[in-house]
Design a binder for this molecule. Structure first.
Ligand SMILES: Cc1ncc(COP(=O)(O)O)c(C=O)c1O
Length: 493
């Protein structure tokens, strides 16, 4: 078994695999489990730490002193990169992009607060400017100053990063072996694709017949599947596996809604369901949409009650706080929590299904006819917003160079990052890793050569939730039959 001794231990592993009996009852799922990759620890955890163990290990092996990466303003990947760099004493630079009319909470709260605390240097840019170009320009400047930058593509999705989820597949298979029944599928959020790609590659390399279903948070099924397949096939090849069949990759796009970080009623309901039944904190951009896919797959009959299904919780909870008015009240927080709700309204362009969150065992779906219509779906802000400024729309000022200066509120970090980790106790944090039948992963190309870019633009501002696309017409037809139960259906991978 080959070893990747450049991997650095950053995450608390293995993460727990927990049964979710109350959520399972609500969905008619008797064997539902949550893989708690939101509990990887460092910097409030999440899926990216598994990728960063390899990426930052690779960076250090190459003598890098500055880590650059890109993302949306509320990128969880960026936040975990900043935290990991703080842990390792590496300089971290983030190029973060926002869309039209971002609200103040979006620009200042959630992951952004943490990025600043971790000492990252942040460059904010407005869409549609290219984050990658800004990162490349910055890297050139750093090189000219004699520094050694290491560039990580959006989401850490590239060959080296993917190894993190190859390892996770192995970890899960060990946990599944201890369950009293088989696992049929793992459901995971699909963004830049590396998490799913690593899992698909890992399951394939380890000959596990467990389907990995990606729930797209943006993009079309075709685009996302192509991206995941390319990443997974490259990973399998690098690790010496037999050719990956295209059918090993499934991404469903019915729950993506109108785009990245744009809320859907299904996402709102899924976040409320998971919180109310399991105390599970999902986020509106990734895991909320992924959970809405899981809910939909049970309701449509794609999964049956006795199917062993695992939801990979990939983290993202800090992002919740960047969208305060989205979750402030309407059926999602008990009325009593907002004693004097101010009648400031957030208008959603979709009907909101009232969900009685507190004190229920089963969440009864409300009759379609009683669901609020677009016109009447106004979400009063809670009392604790009283006295605060309304969500602020920030436009770049004339003459302001967002590429280099960012907005006025963007300052150099108040906590200075430590100098680069030359001579840091590098060896002490290396761990040995084994990958089944793999080539030496140390031969992998550095990730800075990766070019994949998510089209992601985090556009949602609290004050302008976008219309949700109605689930595509054919979605039920596509998923109603359970593969393996219909004579025509394909067996699960
Ligand atoms: C919380 C969370 N879940 C899932 C994902 C998607 O992972 P990937 O980009 O590897 O598809 C992300 C990506 O940033 C994320 O932040």
């Amino acid at each position: 078994m080959p070893q990747a001794d450049f991997r650095i231990a950053l995450a608390q592993l293995p993460t727990p695999l927990e049964p979710a009996p109350r959520l399972g009852r609500a969905l008619g799922a008797h064997k539902l489990y949550i893989k708690r990759d939101d509990q990887t620890g460092l910097g409030l955890g999440g899926n990216k730490l598994r990728k960063l163990e390899f990426l930052l290990g690779d960076a250090r092996a190459r003598g890098a002193d500055t880590i650059l990466t890109v993302g949306a303003m509320q990128s969880n990947h960026a936040r975990q990169t900043a935290a990991a760099c703080a842990r390792l004493g590496l300089q971290c630079e983030l190029v973060l992009r926002y869309g039209a009319r971002p609200a103040a909470a979006y620009l200042e709260s959630g992951n952004v607060i943490l990025n600043r605390l971790f000492g990252a240097r942040i460059t904010q840019i407005a869409a549609p400017a290219s984050r990658e170009e800004v990162m490349q320009e910055r890297a050139e400047r750093l090189r000219a100053e004699g520094r050694k930058p290491y560039l990580i593509p959006v989401g850490g999705s590239c060959l080296v990063g993917n190894f993190g989820y190859v390892m996770c597949a192995e970890e899960m298979l060990q946990q599944f072996a201890a369950l009293p029944h088989p696992v049929r599928a793992v459901v995971v959020a699909n963004g830049s694709g590396g998490t799913q790609a690593g899992l698909v590659a890992g399951m394939h390399l380890l000959n596990a017949r467990i389907k990995v279903i990606g729930i797209a948070v943006e993009g079309s099924r075709r685009e996302q599947e192509e991206q995941v397949f390319a990443l997974a096939a490259e990973t399998v090849a690098a690790l010496g596996g037999r050719r990956l069949p295209r059918a090993a990759v499934t991404v469903l796009d019915e729950w993506a809604g109108p785009g990245y970080a744009k809320p859907t009623p299904q996402m709102l309901e899924a976040v409320a369901l998971a919180a109310a039944h399991e105390g599970l904190v999902l986020d509106p951009v990734y895991t909320g949409k992924a959970m809405s896919g899981l809910v939909g797959l049970f309701r449509e009959g794609y999964f049956g009650a006795e199917d062993g299904v695992v939801f990979l919780h990939s983290g993202g909870a800090p992002g919740l706080f960047a969208y305060p008015d989205l979750f402030a009240r309407y059926g999602l927080v008990p009325e009593s929590a907002s004693e004097q709700p101010m009648q400031l309204s957030l208008e959603l362009d979709f009907p909101v299904r009232p969900v009685a969150v507190p004190c229920v065992d089963e969440i009864a779906p409300v009759d379609e006819q009683t669901a609020e219509t677009a016109d009447s779906a106004k979400i009063p802000m809670s009392a604790d917003m009283a006295g605060q400024d309304l969500p602020l729309l920030i436009e770049p000022q004339a003459g302001q160079d967002l590429f280099t200066d960012g907005l006025a509120m963007q300052q150099e970090p108040t906590v200075a990052a430590e100098s680069p980790a030359s001579g840091a106790d590098a060896d002490s944090c290396c761990v040995d890793m084994e990958i089944a039948s793999c080539a030496d992963v140390a031969q992998a190309e550095p990730c800075e050569n990766a070019t994949s870019e998510s089209s992601a633009d985090e556009c949602v501002a609290g004050a302008e939730a976008a219309p949700a696309a109605a689930p595509k017409r054919n979605s039920r037809a596509r998923h109603r039959r359970r593969p393996g139960r219909s004579p025509r259906a394909k067996a699960p991978q």
